[in-house]
Structures are given as C-alpha cells and as structure tokens.
Design a protein around this ligand. Structure first.
Ligand SMILES: Nc1nc2c(c(=O)[nH]1)N[C@H]1C(S)=C(S)[C@@H](COP(=O)(O)OP(=O)(O)OC[C@H]3O[C@@H](n4cnc5c(=O)[nH]c(N)nc54)[C@H](O)[C@@H]3O)O[C@H]1N2
Ligand SMILES: Nc1nc2c(c(=O)[nH]1)N[C@H]1C(S)=C(S)[C@@H](COP(=O)(O)OP(=O)(O)OC[C@H]3O[C@@H](n4cnc5c(=O)[nH]c(N)nc54)[C@H](O)[C@@H]3O)O[C@H]1N2
Ligand SMILES: [Mo]
Length: 763
C-alpha cells in the first residue's frame, strides 16, 4: 500500500465499540489467522496463557471477560501471521531493492524463518547456520580493542529471563553500553522520579483505578496506545469520577468511548463521555498549567482554606516553601499565555483536584519527550505531594509504559547507569567484577557510532535506526559499523541499514511455545504497575529454525566468553535456574521468585512510596524546584511552530499496520501535518496544501521532510503534529532531555515551507 492522496473525514462515532470490533476481525482475516489467531486471543492475558505483546498496561485482577483490545489483537495477528520470509525471498531481493520499500511493505512480508548473513558480493542476505552466526559474533566482539566499542540495544518486548542474562553477559564481556528503547520513552520517569520519591516507577496498582476520586490523563492517547485502560476510565466515569484529559490533540477516545466488551452499550449505540474537563494545552505548556494549578492551591491555602495536606507535607517532605515561593512569582497572564489555558479553566481543574481525596495522574509521551522532560515530571510529583496523593488507595503517579516489558527489562539490569549495589550483587552472585563506569544510552550510542568509536551493534529486538532521531545521520552512523546483529521476529529497516557484516537472527515470539531439553518453558514480564506475571506461548513457532531470546543470549555469551564459568548452556535449557539467579541478585524484590510466580495472577514488586517510605538520599519525598515556565529552549524565530511526532491508531511504534488513523479521521496516507486553521492561513496556505517541514536549529544541518499535506485540525495555536517515524529526520540527535537523554520528539521547533506556487511560503 503506497501513500495515496490523503482523505480526511472526521470520526464522529465514539471510540471503541463496533468500529474496534470490525477492525479486529478485518486484521485477523488479512493476516490469514482467523482460526489460529482467534484461538490464541482466548489465551492472551489469561492465567496460564501469554501476555499481550502490545502495551504494558496491566491485567485486571478479577475481571472475567476476554482481556484484549483492538490494538492488542492487531499486534497478535501480525505476530501470528501466516506470511513467511524465506531464503527465496532474500534471493529475489537485494538489500538495495528492499531499502526502496516502505516500512509497511517490509512488515507485511511476514515472519522471519531462519538465520541470515549479509553477503556484500551479491548485496543479499544468504542463509547461515546458527553455529556460524554465533561464531561470527564471537569473532567480532573478541577482536575489539575495548568492550566499550560495542553497543547492546534492548527493545521492551524482551522478557525478564532473557534481559537479565543479556545484562550479565554484556557486563561479563566488560561494558555498560545498554542503549534501550526506554531511553527514547519513559527514561524521564526512570531518572526524574528517583530524586523526588525514591523510585523511577509508577506508584499505583490496578485496584487504585477503582478508588480514585479524580483521574488525570496527561499527554497520552489512551484509546490507541493503552486501549485496555479505557475500561478503567469508563468504569471510573460511571462512578462519577471526574477525568481531566490534558492534550494538544482532542483525542477521540478521551472525549467519548464505548468499551467494545460492553455488550449492552454497543447494542444500544451508547457511549460514555470520558473527559469531564478537556484541557487543550499548548505543546510544552504543561509546566505552566501545573504551576497554575499549584498557584490556585497556594493562594487558597494562604486565604485559610484547608486545601493542602499539611500533615503529610510536614511529616514526609522537604522543599515546600521553595516551590511555593517560586510558583507565586508567576502571574496569571504569563501562565495563561504559556499554557494556552484560561485562568477560569485552570481554576475549575484545581477545584476538581482539591475536592478529590485520592487523585491519580497518568501520563505518556506528551510529558516525557521534551527537553526538560525529567524535571517536568518532578512537577507532577510536586502537585501530588501537595495533597498527600501517595500511599493511599486511589492515589499516585502512573507513568503508562509503552512496550510490554520495558519496565521489567530495566528492573533486571538493562541500565546504562546501573546502581553500584546491583553491580556488587552481580559480582557476589556470578563471581566476576562488572564494569563500574556508566555506559551509553541511545543518543550516546549513535554519537559513538558517528564518531567511529563504536564498531558492533547488537539489537535485542526493536528497530533502532527507525526509532532514533536524526534519521540521515543515524543511517550513516550505522553503516560505518563492522557488525550489526538484528535479533527479531520481523524484517525491518534496521536489517537494511547495516554494518559491513550483518546478521538477522529470527526469534520465537511471545505467543509461541518455547521447548528445551527440560520441557516447555515460560517467561515472565513486569507491567506498568510493577506486577510480575508468567507468559506461556500457545502457538507453534513460525518456523522450526527459530530460537528463543534466552538461548540466543546464552549462545552469544558462549561464543564470546569461552572461559566463562557461568553455566550458560544450563540456563538456556531451564529458565527456573535463571529466575533463581534473579532472586539472588535482587533479594529485596525478587526473593522466592520461582515460588511466587506460581500464582496464576502473578505478584507485585514492592514500591516503597506506596507505604509512604521514600528511598531517596534524605529519606523524604522532595519537592523539587524547576524555575520558570518553559520545558523547551526558546527559539527566536517568529515563524516557528512546535511539532509533536505521534503514533497513529494503526501502528505499533515503527511497525505500520495501515495508512489510516481512524480516530483522527485520516485515511490513505501518513504524510500529513495537523495544523490549526489560523496558523495555516497566516502562512498563506490552503487546507490540503503540499508542504515541506524544516527544523529550526543552529547546528548548520538542514533537516527537511518533503511531501506533507496540511490538514486543518483543532490544534492549539503554534502547535503542529505528524507521524513518527516518518518525521524522525526532523529531530536533531542532541535535542534531548539533558537528565535522561530522551529525545524531545514532542516539541521539535520547525517551520513550514510551501512547495507549490499557488500557496505562498510561510516564513
Ligand atoms: N497500538 C499501539 N500501542 C502502543 C504503541 C503503539 O505504537 N501502538 N506504542 C507503545 C509505546 S512504546 C509507548 S511509549 C506508548 C505511547 O503512548 P502515548 O504516550 O499515547 O504516545 P504518542 O502517540 O506518542 O502520543 C502521546 C500524546 O501526547 C500528546 N502530546 C504531544 N505533545 C504534548 C504536550 O506538549 N503536552 C501534552 N500534555 N500532550 C502532548 C499527543 O497529542 C498524543 O495524544 O504506547 C505503547 N502502546
Ligand atoms: N520521533 C519519535 N521517535 C520515537 C518515538 C516518538 O514518539 N517519536 N517514540 C519512541 C519510543 S516511546 C519507543 S519505545 C521507541 C521504539 O523503538 P523500538 O522498540 O526499537 O521499535 P519497535 O518498532 O517497537 O520494534 C519493532 C521490531 O521489534 C521486533 N520484535 C517484535 N517482537 C519481538 C520479540 O518478541 N522479540 C524480539 N527479539 N524482537 C521483536 C520486530 O522485528 C519489529 O520489527 O521509539 C522511539 N522513537
Ligand atoms: Mo515507548
């Protein structure tokens, strides 16, 4: 499917409902998996079955219904597809030819079936044995001058057992170079929250949704990216709980949503109004909004109203006066101008917050992907602390994670800045001295490749080159490498932008059975609310020549570290042995892992702030000052617009399921730019005009994407949006949050350039 002329038809139905049911059936049919797929769906997220490979939203503790959503079903259908990529496929297409195909086309070719090695003489991937593949990896890694010349990427589908051993292997090899997808995603959560509350994770569990008296959903497109959370929001609305949605895009599902499993509501075409307040914030305007809310609280407290939880603040926190005094320096005009929200609405939202005795704040990429994402999240904590919204039922902070095991991978060691205590445990348990210096995160890894320092890239899942910023520079950097290894289920761009040597290693997916000499194995994952559950695939592997991620890690280790005393071979056969080692390295949270995982509904890892215990340096929860109202550097250019790169309803990150974005009313084409009609008219453009977009930056590099169609959309003034990954060429590598290294993908300063004579150039 190519990009045809885009069609824009506003979606007037509630999100979810029959539209979602129809879309689910259609995709199962298209991937020819109606029977296997439907059978597998019955096991998805059920005790004894496998965890949905899509998002990290938790399962309900006691819901009896089928537990999947339209997009989970899509993820499964595309994983369980009947289509296969064979050696004949690679024989028919050179890599250069494949490079000319779209991401969508590559995905549609189906599952990878056997290991392949790049052959430069024919520009083709050719079959190779697993033994040869591991030998090649071992040879390259052993030939490096320093272990720091290798980068070991992880994407968040990799289960705990594989990630834990990968972390041990790479540290035994000698580096902490662990770029991972989290570095582009919730890293501000992992780095920003610890100084404030002592943990870099969310503090809520599923049960809290049933007790919250107000729920904030900030910078998250729930209906598309965490659809199962919609059930919680619908239930909360039915209890009369106010929901405050804060977003520059009026996302359909946050306005009206019908739960596809709610049969009565579907039969009567009813729907639930979701947001009681939709706050149409400007891109990056959240800081000003939060300060406005806090200002209302401080003003009313000063007037004698009991709006703050003084006792909690006294007993548990530090820094209150500092943030109060700074907040009060901002006047309303400044707050309203920066946030784009009227004082009246800010006061209304503050009223909701004040009345609620238990508030949850959920957030996604709309808050993390800014230049000061980490410090912005600390302001969310400030707001929660003011009313004691930690350590009580229904309250807390809820980062809604992306990949299904991205949180778990970090917990078990995928961390370029590992805590020294973890390294000590690794030394004691495994008997080697791990490297102590911090390694590379994603942006640093690309920089090391570009400088020619990094030589080897191993990708445990994911699609690194497509996910990272600055596409052109990143492609060039990858192409300089000596070896690239893609450990994957599906063909993607990452296999085509490769090093001098390159391998594609196909893996058994989440929904498939893993058999070893010790019998069928299961793996575990940790969801967004720190709950660990077992995942056991039910389908036959897509090909007999696939290997599990655990086995691939073990065999890379054996090929690279022949003298290692770690029993890699035994781990690859018996995953209980790996879980015993996880328990040994993390006695505080994973004690008795093998026993506890027998519970069909899993178990929660301890999150101390839930008990009002703060593992910070001073043992307190800390109000942290972030002066001013700006989360992104100012740009002195009157033509500047802020661009947010977002997901459509029909994609999973770099995997494109179709060219449509149903809830936003866009069909046939992803090369669109959502723009406010006034911003558009001011630039002399007509609705539907063809434009190019250019990044405004001082580094002398021209970053430009052509072939975009402008679409009038209810965006705030000065804000535009378009799709990731097509717009990644516009995002400069250095344009990231300093604390976490997370690229500021939601706030790229751009200008729009008309490309047709009939529409004048806008600045
Ligand atoms: N079906 C599906 N599910 C997924 C994924 C997928 O691609 N497809 N990806 C998974 C992954 S890895 C992740 S991280 C999550 C991502 O899930 P989301 O966090 O929902 O990700 P995005 O689509 O990037 O969009 C975030 C939202 O932020 C808003 N936004 C943009 N700028 C701002 C701002 O300045 N302030 C505020 N308040 N909002 C802003 C956008 O309008 C958009 O609604 O979903 C996970 N689940
Ligand atoms: N501009 C911009 N850039 C962004 C973002 C944005 O919002 N805007 N979002 C960022 C975010 S939040 C994230 S998380 C990253 C995502 O970055 P990645 O996680 O690197 O990308 P994905 O598209 O999720 O990776 C898809 C590939 O994973 C492989 N795969 C699928 N399932 C499995 C499995 O079970 N095992 C293994 N080994 N491989 C598997 C398949 O081969 C598939 O092609 O992108 C980031 N980049
Ligand atoms: Mo993500």
């Amino acid at each position: 499917m190519a990009n045809d002329a885009p069609r824009f038809t506003p979606y007037t139905h509630p999100a979810g409902g029959w539209g979602a049911a129809a879309a689910t059936a259609k995709v199962l049919l298209e991937q020819s998996v109606l029977t296997t797929g439907s059978r597998a769906l019955l096991s998805m997220n059920q005790p004894g079955g496998f965890k949905c490979p899509s998002c990290a939203f938790p399962d309900p503790e006691c819901r009896k219904t089928l537990e999947f959503c339209e997009n989970g079903a899509k993820a499964l259908a595309f994983e369980a597809t009947k289509h296969r990529i064979t050696r004949e496929f690679f024989q028919q297409h050179t890599v250069t030819e494949l490079m000319a195909q779209s991401d969508y086309w590559l995905e549609m070719q189906g599952r990878l079936t056997e290991p392949m090695r790049y052959d430069a003489s024919t520009d083709r991937y050719v079959p190779c044995t697993w033994d040869d593949a591991f030998a090649l990896i071992g040879r390259h890694l052993k030939a490096l001058d320093s272990p720091h010349q290798a980068e070991f990427y992880t994407s968040g589908r990799t289960p705990n057992e594989a990630a834990f051993l990968y972390a041990i292997f790479v540290r035994a090899f000698g580096t902490n170079n662990f770029p991972d997808c989290s570095n582009m995603c919730h890293e501000p959560t992992s780095r920003g929250l610890p100084p404030a509350i002592g943990v870099g994770k969310g503090t809520v569990v599923m049960e809290d949704f049933d007790h919250a008296e107000a729920i904030f959903v900030v910078g998250q497109n729930t209906g598309t990216n965490s659809p199962r959370m919609m059930t919680n929001l619908v239930e909360a609305r039915k209890r009369g709980v106010p929901i405050v949605a804060i977003n520059p895009m009026p996302e359909r599902a946050l306005i009206r949503f019908t739960a596809p499993q709610d049969v009565i509501q579907m039969a009567t075409f009813g729907s639930t109004e979701i947001a009681s307040e939709f706050v149409h914030v400007r891109i990056g305007g959240d800081l000003a909004l939060f300060k406005g809310l806090m200002k209302v609280l401080f003003e009313r407290a000063a007037a004698g109203e009991p709006v703050l939880d003084q006792e909690f603040i006294r007993a548990h926190t530090t820094g209150f006066e500092t943030i109060r005094d700074e907040t009060l320096t901002h006047d309303w005009a400044e707050i309203v101008e920066t946030s784009g929200i009227s004082e009246a609405q800010i006061r209304r939202v503050a009223e909701i917050y004040i009345r609620s005795r238990a508030t949850m704040i959920c957030y996604g990429m709309g808050l993390t992907q800014h230049q000061e994402g980490s410090r912005l999240l600390q302001q969310v904590v400030n707001l929660l602390l003011l009313c004691g919204n930690f350590g009580k039922l229904g309250a807390g902070i809820a980062p809604i994670r992306g990949h299904s095991n991205v949180q778990g991978d970090r917990t078990v060691g995928i961390d370029e800045q590992p805590p020294q205590a973890y390294l000590d445990r690794v030394r004691d348990v495994f008997g080697f001295e791990p490297p102590r210096a911090p390694g590379h995160h994603t942006v640093a890894a690309v920089e090391a490749m570009a400088r020619g320092e990094a030589k080897v890239f191993v990708g445990m899942g994911g699609n690194f080159v497509r996910a990272v910023p600055d596409t052109e520079r990143s492609y060039a950097a990858m192409r300089q490498l000596a070896l690239t290894v893609g450990i994957s289920t599906k063909l993607n761009r990452g296999h085509l932008v490769h090093g001098r040597d390159a391998l594609i290693l196909p893996v058994i997916s989440r929904s498939e059975i893993i058999r070893t000499s010790s019998g069928e194995q299961f793996v575990t994952i940790e969801d967004s609310v720190s709950k660990v559950t077992a995942s056991r695939g039910v389908l036959e592997p897509a090909s007999p020549d696939l290997r599990s991620e655990v086995e691939i890690v073990c065999r890379m280790a054996m090929a690279t570290l022949p003298d290692s005393r770690i029993p890699w071979e035994r781990y690859s056969q018996d995953y209980d042995l790996i879980r015993d080692k996880i328990a040994a390295v993390y006695p505080d949270i994973y004690a008795d892992f093998s026993e506890r995982i027998k519970s069909p509904t899993g178990f929660h890892l301890d999150v101390p702030p839930r008990r009002r215990v703060w593992p910070t340096e001073n043992g307190k929860a800390n109000f942290l000052l972030f002066p001013g109202l700006a989360v992104n550097a100012a740009v002195a250019d009157p033509s500047m617009l802020r661009l947010a790169t977002v997901r459509s309803h029909d994609q999973f990150n770099t995997t494109i399921y179709s060219m449509n974005d149903r809830y936003r009313g866009v069909y046939n084409n992803r090369m669109v730019l959502f723009i406010n009609a006034e911003d558009r008219a001011e630039r002399g453009l007509s609705d539907g005009a063809q434009v190019a977009v250019e990044t405004i930056s001082k580094d002398g590099v021209t970053r430009r994407v052509e072939g975009l169609t402008v679409i009038d959309y209810p965006m705030p003034r000065g804000a535009v949006a378009g799709y990731y990954p097509e717009l990644n060429p516009l995002l400069p590598l250095e344009y990231c949050d300093r604390i976490s290294g997370t690229p500021a993908a939601k706030s790229i300063p751009v200008r729009v350039v008309a490309v047709r004579a009939d529409s004048a150039v806008g600045g």
